[in-house]
Design a protein around this ligand. Structure first.
Ligand SMILES: Cc1cc2nc3c(=O)[nH]c(=O)nc-3n(C[C@H](O)[C@H](O)[C@H](O)COP(=O)(O)OP(=O)(O)OC[C@H]3O[C@@H](n4cnc5c(N)ncnc54)[C@H](O)[C@@H]3O)c2cc1C
Length: 405
């Protein structure tokens, strides 16, 4: 088929950040989009995520108003568990070079902002996808209640244990051997800051990052394997590892209880990035590339997927893509365009963080400027900068170069 005069019927599986952002972009581009969510409602739980400049730019393209959401970061300080200085990243300068702010945003706030102005009648809750089938030039989705729906395109945005991923035969996720105990806590004296703190030890590491208002995003990373047995009093386990690492850490540990740890730990998984798919089905967000949270890039990568996928399908609709004019080719272009960049990010996110002092000490000799510059370059190179700038220009999105947070 050469170009689609009509809107594509797009079926999105999963109403997480990835699914809603993709649906938002595709609705903006005039497609006929329906989102299917297995849960009875659309609600984000858990702590906060870091929205880096690459993700913030896409949120701008999606018309999501992030003003006042969470807390803008000005710097990130890394030290060893004995208090030895490792680096201080000047995030304000990085953000200026990348053209958009960096902020910590509670997941709940991010999803609320994504849903602001979103036509909620486009989301069908209590719809658990169990199987897919081809229909000639489209796709059929089967639900747990026996109902079915057909569309032109299916986007699997159903997260780490994606059914869509399984249906297309892509390999499942593997644990990395680590996990995060993570959440938000109201600790005003630690939250009242625009600096993130990371402390790295030989057998674990932690972070305390302000997340807006009085909230602090805390995380404690420890080794994990499938034979992990949850302790009766997890707070004692966490305190035994991390007490005494610094004053703010002790203050946060003093406020945490076993209830705060109830949803943790979150084991870190990593997907092998799938090769090009087939037909009208593709993957997006964690379903495509779950990665450890080390670089805090998961959500940002889902937003970049959204940007590239929307471009691919907008080009199909206009019949202007030079890469072929049918849906399947557009999806393959999307997958190919994303693959190498997301592989680089996933690889980087999987490098071990915890090290002993003997390894960390030489790293501390690298100047802050070089470290910040290396990370900025890495984010530039992996974020489709030129495409993003072009899309923002076409949409008339004004770059929000941050002054001081
Ligand atoms: C501890 C931890 C910390 C993190 N920190 C950061 C960070 O700082 N910065 C960052 O950018 N990222 C971070 N991430 C990653 C980030 O959370 C994800 O990359 C991001 O939320 C993308 O999620 P998603 O929408 O792809 O998947 P999900 O949020 O898992 O959403 C998938 C949705 O699909 C639904 N679903 C699943 N199966 C079906 C089915 N069969 N039928 C219908 N619906 C279905 C689910 O109910 C869910 O609503 C972190 C992750 C972890 C675990």
């Amino acid at each position: 088929m050469s170009g689609y005069a009509r809107a594509l019927r797009v079926l999105v599986v999963g109403a997480g950040v990835a699914g809603i952002s993709a649906a938002r972009g595709l609705l903006r581009d005039g497609h006929d989009v329906t989102v299917f969510e297995r849960r009875p409602d659309v609600r984000a739980a858990g702590g906060a995520v870091t929205i880096w400049s690459n993700g913030d730019s896409v949120l701008g393209q999606l018309g999501v108003d992030m003003d006042g959401a969470g807390r803008r970061l000005a710097s990130v300080r890394a030290v060893t568990s004995t208090g030895r200085r490792l680096a201080t990243l000047d995030v304000t300068t990085m953000a200026r070079r990348l053209g958009a702010p960096v902020r910590m945003v509670p997941r709940r706030v991010l999803l609320d902002r994504l849903l602001d102005g979103f036509p909620t009648e486009r989301i069908r809750c209590n719809s658990r996808v169990i199987a897919l089938a081809g229909t000639g030039d489209g796709v059929r989705v089967d639900f747990g209640d026996g109902s079915t729906v057909e569309g032109d395109v299916l986007i699997g945005a159903d997260g780490l244990h994606s059914v869509v991923r399984e249906c297309v035969g892509a390999q499942g996720a593997r644990p990395t051997g680590w996990c995060s105990w993570q959440g938000l806590a109201a600790v005003p004296e630690v939250a009242d800051s625009d600096a993130g703190l990371m402390i790295i030890g030989a057998h674990g590491n932690l972070g305390l990052w302000p997340a807006g208002g009085t909230d602090v995003q805390w995380w404690f990373d420890l080794p994990w394997s499938y034979d992990f047995v949850r302790p009766q009093r997890p707070i004692e386990l966490i305190r035994s590892h991390f007490s005494g690492w610094s004053d703010p850490v002790d203050r946060v540990l003093a406020t945490l209880t076993d209830d705060d740890l109830a949803r943790s730990p979150f084991p870190h998984f990593r997907h092998p990035i799938p090769r090009a798919g087939r037909g009208p089905v593709t993957l997006l967000g964690d379903a495509a590339h779950t990665m450890p949270p080390t670089l805090a890039q998961g959500t940002n990568q889902a937003l970049l997927d959204t940007m590239v996928l929307c471009k691919a399908l907008a080009d199909v609709r206009r019949g202007t893509t030079g890469r072929g004019t049918d849906v399947s080719r557009a999806l393959r272009w999307y997958e190919k365009t994303r693959r190498r960049k997301v592989m680089a990010v996933s690889w980087m996110a999987s490098l071990p963080v915890s090290h002993g002092e003997s390894v960390l000490r030489p790293a501390a000799l690298i100047s802050d400027r070089v470290q910040a510059s290396a990370l900025t370059t890495f984010l530039r190179v992996t974020s489709h900068r030129r495409m993003s700038a072009q899309i923002s220009r076409n949409l008339g999105v004004v770059a929000k170069i941050p002054s001081s947070p």
